[in-house]
Design a protein around this ligand. Structure first.
Ligand code: TYD
Length: 685
């Protein structure tokens, strides 16, 4: 035992962060990511503040300008910079880029003009173009091959995980500065300046961390060539675009992402219009990413029973509706709450899409598909953010007077509403084209999932046949009665399939032999339940459903209720579990009518002639429990059951059954009297 434990412990590999050089690089990456996010928030806020006096339109365009300046260098110069960066010593390239970023960012508060904000943004991004490929190329030098994936995940975690942290930091900084400004007369430090100061320091810290990282090799043994984002996108589309489902998933995921991007793009202008300051802006920014994180981790667990494809479409639609609410409700606190919800929808959509694509795409293409998705998401996010703010600016600000009430309506509202409309359309299309439960009403599915259950189709309405099941304890006489009913129905001109459980199919016969063999006394309750369910699954698929589809009347001796009574109550298994297994096994098929022939076990067992099988030889309490359960099931749905007293004379019972069955028979009775098919002689009760 202890040897085993030691061996297991020895085999457990250490965390990739235990690798000191990588840990140092990763720390530098985290600090830089935090700085980058602070940079984007502070600069957009600053651009808004610097142009605050020049009207809504100019302000929005100014903010849009910052977003565009952020993305332009990567799109225009990305591949070039990557190639150039490969020629330099990586450590020096990173340290130099860090120092340049530090100096440029630190200069922004000192210069304090909008033009410089834009130029500085361009410069910082150009420096990033050297820093990022050098970093990417360094990771494989520091980390062994089998650890690369883990390292990449950690990398991704800090790239996006630092966004809400930076936004929250910015919001707190702004709030604290605001308090100082009101409390201390003459205190005039702008929160954006403090944020930029922290941002600049982050680059300085990174520079010193990397400078002391001597493990980065000078000669480039491992040359990592990263194709340009644009090329990855075009090539990626070529091999995944052909798969309809994958195409739908990708479009849906991007739609949800774009909804989040639209909020980020107009957030500053919108928050200003709502009289919120920098703290409000930081809060909205934080809300998007916080929501996304929550959605990615908890979203799919929330409605565990809902079909993933349906959930995918629904969360996109919900994202759209939330976006519309954000556009129309002019209250900052509510907007922030709604933004978290929006982020949750987007995060959930993203993670479901990601998982489904993983299942859909074959192994060899998966890696490429995911990197394609990442690149596409990045392009879409940046484009939407930039376009949203620019479009918002172009629309400008208007006052609507509706029924004497003034309603301020500006570009951000229009952009958000357009985004909402787009998301709803994309969501609806996703629902329509990728539905994996056609014919099942989505509302019923959703409500069942909200209760934590899976909605099972109670009945397929299209089936033309009638399904009657007989249930009862041992020796109740149901086999005789089901045979008599079949004869009576045939006399009426119905095509009848008389069948029974267990053992009406080829496989079923073998299962029956196992189940009833008295030699298998020790069979576990669960495996017993599963074997009965397996027999039933086969029976439904091979015999019952096809017969019903043909329009035949099926008379079946025992069905799901027998499992609920014998395995659920008799063997004391969790009734919910037994019900779930059986509803899965039968695809939710239920009888139109169940005839329960009720006799006290003492009477029934006395009627048995041949030696008892495995179940019959159970003690009396077992059979009592079974009987109680049958009666409880019937009492719970009286319109689908007929309970007859099994101690009555045989012809009396038959008459009662015929009277009840007549009520559910289709009208008019079919004319052609065909020979009955599939009749299986019943053996005994
Ligand atoms: P069978 O000889 O067909 O008896 P009966 O005439 O009473 O139907 O054997 C079926 C036995 O299997 C019976 O004792 C009840 C038991 N059984 C279950 O325990 N669970 C089930 O789901 C079914 C269909 C039968």
């Amino acid at each position: 035992m202890s040897t085993h434990g030691r061996a297991a412990r020895r085999r457990k590999p250490p965390n990739v962060l235990a690798n000191a050089p990588f840990r140092r690089l990763w720390t530098a990456m985290s600090v830089c990511s935090l700085g980058d996010w602070l940079n984007i928030i502070a600069l957009t806020a600053l651009a808004g503040n610097l142009t605050a006096g020049s009207g809504y339109q100019a302000q929005s365009l100014a903010i849009g300008g910052v977003f565009i300046a952020k993305m332009l260098p990567a799109i225009l110069l990305g591949p070039l910079a990557g190639a150039v960066a490969d020629r330099f010593d990586r450590r020096l390239a990173m340290v130099t880029a860090d120092l340049v970023r530090f100096a440029v960012v630190a200069s922004i508060p000192l210069v304090g003009s909008y033009q410089w904000v834009i130029i500085a943004t361009l410069l910082v991004e150009c420096a990033n173009l050297f820093w990022v490929p050098a970093k990417d190329a360094t990771v494989p030098n520091l980390v062994p091959k089998e650890r690369l994936e883990e390292a990449n995940q950690l990398n991704l975690l800090v790239t996006y995980g630092t966004a809400p942290v930076a936004a929250a930091l910015f919001a707190v900084l702004s709030a604290v500065m605001g308090m100082f400004t009101t409390a201390v007369p003459g205190f005039a430090v702008r929160p954006t300046d403090v944020a930029l100061g922290v941002n600049a320091l982050a680059y300085l810290v990174s520079a010193s961390l990397i400078f002391t990282l001597r493990d980065i090799p000078k000669d480039h043994i491992l040359r990592v060539s990263t194709p340009s984002v644009l090329r990855q996108v075009v090539e990626g589309w070529r091999f995944v675009g052909g798969n309809r489902v994958v195409r739908g998933l990708i479009i849906g995921m991007l739609g949800a992402f774009a909804a989040g991007g639209a909020v980020v793009g107009v957030a500053k202008a919108y928050v200003t219009a709502l009289q919120g300051g920098d703290a409000g802006y930081g809060a909205v920014f934080c809300a998007v990413f916080l929501g996304m994180g929550i959605g990615m981790f908890f979203g799919p667990r929330l409605l565990g029973e809902l079909s993933r494809r349906r959930m995918f479409g629904l969360t996109i639609i919900l994202a759209g509706l939330t976006l519309a609410a954000i556009a129309l409700i002019h209250n900052l606190a509510l907007v922030i709450v709604l933004t978290v919800l929006l982020g949750m929808c987007a995060g959930t959509t993203w993670i479901i899409g990601y998982t489904l694509i993983g299942l859909e795409v074959e192994d060899g293409l998966r890696g490429r598909t995911f990197s394609f998705l990442q690149s596409l998401a990045r392009v879409v996010l940046l484009l939407v953010v930039a376009l949203a703010s620019a479009l918002g600016g172009l629309v400008g600000s208007h006052l609507l007077v509706v029924a004497g009430m003034t309603y301020s309506f500006d570009g951000s509202n229009v952009v958000l509403l357009l985004g909402a409309l787009l998301a709803v359309i994309v969501g609806l299309l996703a629902l329509r084209h990728m539905d994996d439960r056609p014919g099942v009403p989505i509302g019923a599915d959703l409500f069942a999932a909200l209760r934590g259950e899976k909605f099972v189709v109670q009945d397929d309405d299209q089936r033309p046949g009638l399904f009657v099941a007989f249930e009862g304890g041992e020796g109740s006489g149901k086999t005789t009665q089901s045979r008599l009913l079949a004869i009576w129905l045939r006399d009426q001109g119905f095509d009848v399939v008389q069948t029974r459980e267990p053992g009406s199919t080829k496989v079923g016969m073998r299962l029956r032999a196992i189940l009833l063999d008295a030699a298998h006394q020790g069979l576990s309750a669960r495996s017993e339940a599963l074997l009965y369910a397996a027999d039933r699954a086969e029976h439904v698929e091979k015999v019952i459903r096809p017969a019903l589809q043909r329009g035949s009347t099926v008379v079946c001796d025992r069905y799901v209720d027998s499992s609920l009574a014998y395995q659920g109550a008799g063997r004391a298994l969790d009734p919910e579990d037994v019900a779930r297994v059986n509803s899965w096994a039968t695809g939710g098929l239920l009888p139109d009518l169940t005839v329960l022939i009720d006799v006290p076990p003492s009477v029934g067992l006395r009627r048995m002639a041949s030696p008892a099988d495995r179940i019959e030889s159970e003690p009396m309490e077992f059979h009592e429990r079974v009987r109680r359960e049958f009666r409880a099931l019937a009492a719970a749905a009286p319109d689908r059951y007929l309970v007859v007293d099994g101690t009555l004379p045989q012809n009396e019972i038959s008459r009662l059954i015929q009277d009840r069955v007549r009520e559910v028979l289709p009208d008019p009775v079919p004319q052609e009297t065909e020979a009955a098919t599939g009749t299986i002689p019943a053996i005994r009760d």
